[in-house]
Write a protein that binds this ligand. Structure first.
Ligand code: GRF
Length: 236
């Protein structure tokens, strides 16, 4: 297997190396960042289990050691890293340690931000350029940026009067919610919707869209237009 990193000129890691060695079943190692329940991570894991995604959740990173996503990972023997380090303590990793651990110790091919609510350090953006994606629960570039996370997004969507919303998956760069958009899904905002109804409808689509994008990354089906905008080519 080759991966999207080939387009970004990144060095080989485990998945590509395995292909060079002739292992057609090589699976990409996924590092998933969570701060909450981790339902997107579980959807991705289920797609790995079914074979729809040629990857495996190899390591989980969280700022909230006791969140549902972290508990889920520990119960499956998936290593959980804490980031960022808590001020004045040695609990959790520094940015340099995080990059070192993901690249060397865990051999992560891709980083998936699945409801992670803290800033991503520039070191990680550089190490995983075009290999790190985030899911945002609205149609970027609308309803993104500072403070736009969780229910705030869906409240703003309903208050604005827009009739359509839906998840966006984008590459992560050093500017919050500004990386190149890879894929979106559209869902209607109905006349009698409250923000909870909108959130539920969007989350349902997140669970379909995220595995689809991760599958494309693992299969090397992410391409770039001449202006740098990424897109997915369908599998045969
Ligand atoms: C999702 O709505 C995601 O778009 C947002 O945070 C939520 C995470 O949900 N960034 P879960 O932890 O995957 O259940």
């Amino acid at each position: 297997m080759t991966t999207a990193r080939a387009h970004a000129g990144r060095p080989s890691t485990s998945a590509t190396a395995a292909t060079a060695g002739g292992d057609a079943d090589a699976r990409a190692t996924l590092a998933v960042f969570v701060s909450g329940g981790g339902s997107n991570m579980r959807a991705i894991d289920a797609a790995c289990e079914s074979g729809a995604v040629r990857g495996r959740v190899g390591v989980v990173v969280t700022n909230a050691a006791d969140c549902g996503g972290a508990e889920w990972a520990r119960a499956r023997g998936i290593p959980v890293l804490i980031y960022p380090r808590k001020k004045g303590t040695t609990d959790g990793l520094t940015a340099e340690e995080l990059v070192e651990s993901l690249t060397r110790e865990h051999g992560a091919d891709f980083v998936l931000l699945a409801g992670y609510l803290r800033l991503i350090p520039p070191e990680l953006c550089r190490a995983y350029e075009n290999r790190m994606v985030n899911i945002h629960p609205a149609l970027l570039p609308s309803f993104g940026g500072k403070g736009m996370h969780g229910e705030n997004v869906h409240k703003a969507v309903v208050a604005s009067g827009v009739r359509y919303t839906g998840p966006t998956i984008h590459f992560v760069n050093e500017e919050f919610d500004k990386g190149k958009i890879i894929a979106q899904s559209v869902v209607p905002v109905l006349d009698d919707d409250d923000y909870k109804a909108v959130a539920a409808r969007v989350l349902e689509q997140e669970h379909l869209l995220f595995p689809r994008v991760v599958a494309a990354m693992c299969d090397d089906r992410v391409r770039f237009r001449p202006d740098g905008v990424p897109y997915i080519v369908d599998s045969d």
